[in-house]
Design a protein around this ligand. Structure first.
Ligand SMILES: Cc1ncc(COP(=O)(O)O)c(C=O)c1O
Length: 386
């Protein structure tokens, strides 16, 4: 299989991730933070070590307990968005048309319940949201903004520092959906004015599925929406308010944390921007190759700067699902078709009524030969109708 669906989840993972997960779970598969025997303490140390590594990777701040784990980005975005709405009832929220349903649906639901009001900012023809539009959208009761780090459909990396600056100048909390950004490109929460960064472990952080989390900077209050066991101060009737317990209830996905730990070590060893630059060379070859084919329309993808290795396109005369099926059945190429859980991106691109687009996403283990094969495959498919 030629795997060009790395935006859905990176595959394969580095060998070190599989090996460490297997080893760690066999030797330390016990509940961290609940007991005082050696294995439980060592397991707790792995969890703390992973919190520290991610806090440093994101440059979140001094308190690594504010790095909390969850199932995935969706889970954390739900907690953060609902927690902020709880703190600011009736507030106005700004978001963008680039968002994934993990942002759109919690916001929509809260708006339907009359708890918040939402403004959706458009993106320009190159695929970027303008900080000036953020400024113009701010109202007296605007309390927070949620923006994706990188679009999962067109791969554009958003101008977070500039958007964050506008948010901070106007007293807004800036929340970033880092699903496609964490581990994909360098990040500095403090320099980029980001208050809350939500991430998922199974994409560019190279961990397994079922682990994700968020970092909440000091000074930001997230209302609590989850309650349960923490392993400490069990006689207290209410859920603990301090981090990490504030956003963590119940037993952690320890195997996920172990895999994430090994994944983050691997990307740090390789160098995040080394991996990114290698992928972008392949992305450019892919884009330039597809651009030459008659009947192929590529969306955005105007520059290698501020861009992730993701490419959306359509082939004239074909539905994106037909292209996906032919790529799979005839060429053994795995990709993604449709709306990619981001319907408003397709409203902006004008592809909402033609079943979205075909998406190729390059990963750390993609080869040049695989890109050549993908270009030839699309050429064959296009030639049947053009
Ligand atoms: C931009 C974006 N946000 C959020 C998510 C949700 O990630 P997860 O399914 O791991 O929660 C994805 C997943 O594809 C994504 O691409």
């Amino acid at each position: 299989m030629i795997y060009l669906d790395n935006s859905a989840t990176t595959f394969p993972k580095p060998k070190e991730v599989y090996d460490f997960m297997d080893h760690f779970y066999r030797t330390h598969g016990v509940n961290p933070g609940r007991s005082g025997f050696d294995a439980a303490i060592e397991t707790g140390e792995l969890v703390s070590d992973t919190r520290k590594m991610l806090t440093n990777l994101f440059n979140g701040g001094g308190d690594f307990n504010r790095l909390t784990f969850s199932y995935n980005a969706t889970d954390s975005l739900n907690m953060i968005i609902q927690g902020l709405a709880l703190e600011h009832p009736g507030c106005h929220v700004i978001t963008t048309m680039l968002e994934h349903n993990s942002v759109l649906r919690p916001l929509y639901t809260l708006e339907q319940r009359g708890q918040i009001e939402v403004t959706y900012l458009p993106f320009d023809e190159r695929g970027y949201v303008s900080p000036d539009d953020v400024k113009k959208a701010i109202k007296k009761n605007t309390k927070f903004m949620v923006c994706t780090h990188c679009s999962n459909v067109i791969g554009t990396i958003q101008p977070l520092a500039e958007i964050g600056k506008v948010c901070h100048e106007n007293g807004l909390i800036f929340v970033v959906d880092g699903s496609q950004g964490a581990g994909a490109v360098d990040l500095d929460m403090q320099a980029q004015n980001i208050d809350v960064y939500c991430f998922t472990g199974h994409k560019c952080l190279m961990g397994p599925t079922g682990i994700g989390g968020s970092y909440v900077r000091e000074g930001v209050t997230i209302g609590q929406t989850r309650f349960g066991g923490t392993g400490v101060r069990s006689a207290v009737p209410g859920h603990l308010e301090e981090y990490p317990y504030r956003l963590e209830a119940g037993t952690l996905n320890l195997l996920g944390v172990a895999g994430l730990n090994a994944g983050v070590k691997w990307i740090m060893k390789e160098g995040i921007m080394n991996i990114h630059n290698r992928e972008m060379v392949l992305w450019k070859k892919l884009r330039d190759g597809l651009k030459e084919i008659e009947g192929v329309t590529i969306y955005c993808a105007t520059s290698v700067e501020n861009q992730n290795p993701v490419l959306s396109f359509n082939v004239k005369g074909w539905d994106s699902s037909d292209v996906g099926t032919m790529l799979d059945v005839d060429y053994d190429i795995a990709c993604r078709i449709g709306l990619h859980c981001a319907p408003k991106v397709h409203e902006g691109l004008g592809t909402i009524n033609c079943h979205g687009s075909v998406r190729f996403s390059v990963g750390a283990f993609t080869t040049e030969q695989e890109i050549d094969t993908a270009i030839e495959a699309v050429k064959d498919i296009a030639s049947m109708k053009n």
